[in-house]
Design a protein around this ligand. Structure first.
Ligand code: C5P
Length: 247
């Protein structure tokens, strides 16, 4: 089948970088394994992704010394594979893309999604899938945005930026497998410090990914207070219908 409605044509892979240490949480284990309502954070994220429409499979990048991933129930799902990640997030994503390049065509869409964002809504995923071939979920700035400079060791306001054009990049970030792989390979070689997400590599390659506004639940669990907020939102979702999971 080759029509626009074809499930094959609309299919995509998801790459989940989960090889980081998550030091900002100050915990004794990587943040993806911290308990959230009794289950490891990454199990919530993968369980969420496994319900996305059109999913072909998930490739999770895990640390070389990870002994926990293979014990998770969700890791036994035949649609979930793992690869060894790298030193930086971009290296981990690239390892997963290399794995996929041996198994699928360069045109297949790939969505890269942080293990630490368990609460992205299915509505937002639908919007991202319907957007252009290169697109990312992002949060329009709601606070007034200041740019700073350093003065005698203190940060001072240098200027106020017009916030109607400021977005905070989130994940998933979507691009065709071949173009994303090339952009990351080139970006990591030429300007490794500038590659902080997939879109930044695509921008360096001359592309302009589309920004898709996400609902506020798609925050990245980074600090201890984020875990408490995520637990409350998960409990709220458990008692409301799936149609209302757009908080
Ligand atoms: O540290 P931060 O929250 O920015 O990491 C974002 C995601 O990238 C996390 O899911 C983390 O596990 C992953 N990561 C990775 N490989 C690294 C560093 C981070 O897969 N070397």
């Amino acid at each position: 089948m080759t029509t626009a409605e074809s499930p094959v044509e609309n299919a995509y892979w998801v790459v989940v970088p989960a090889a980081g240490a998550g030091k900002r949480m100050g915990a004794d284990k990587p943040k993806q394994y911290l308990p959230l309502n009794g289950k490891p954070l990454i199990a919530h994220t993968l369980g969420n992704i496994l319900g996305w429409p059109g999913l072909k499979g998930i490739v999770v990048a895990i640390a070389a010394d990870d002994t926990e991933f293979s014990t998770l129930d969700c890791a036994q799902d035949p649609r979930v594979q793992s690869v060894t990640g790298g030193v930086e997030r971009a290296d981990s994503v690239l390892a997963a893309l290399e794995y996929l390049s041996e198994r699928d065509v360069p045109e297949i869409p790939v969505l890269v999604h942080d293990a630490a964002r368990p609460l992205v809504s299915t509505d937002d995923i639908q919007k991202l899938l319907a957007a252009g071939p290169m697109a990312l979920l992002a949060q329009p700035a709601s606070d007034t945005v200041k740019q700073s400079h350093s003065e005698d060791g203190r940060e001072e306001v240098a200027q106020t930026l017009p916030r109607n054009r400021i977005w905070l990049a989130q994940t998933p970030q979507k691009a065709p497998l071949g173009k994303l792989r090339e952009a990351l390979q080139r970006g990591l070689k030429e300007r490794p410090n500038a590659i902080t997400d997939e879109a930044s590599a695509l921008e360096l390659a001359g592309f302009h990914p589309e920004l898709v506004a996400a609902c506020r639940s798609n925050f990245k669990i980074t600090h201890p207070a984020d875990l408490i907020l995520a637990e409350a939102l998960l409990q709220h979702r458990a008692v409301t219908s799936s149609l209302e999971n757009n908080l």
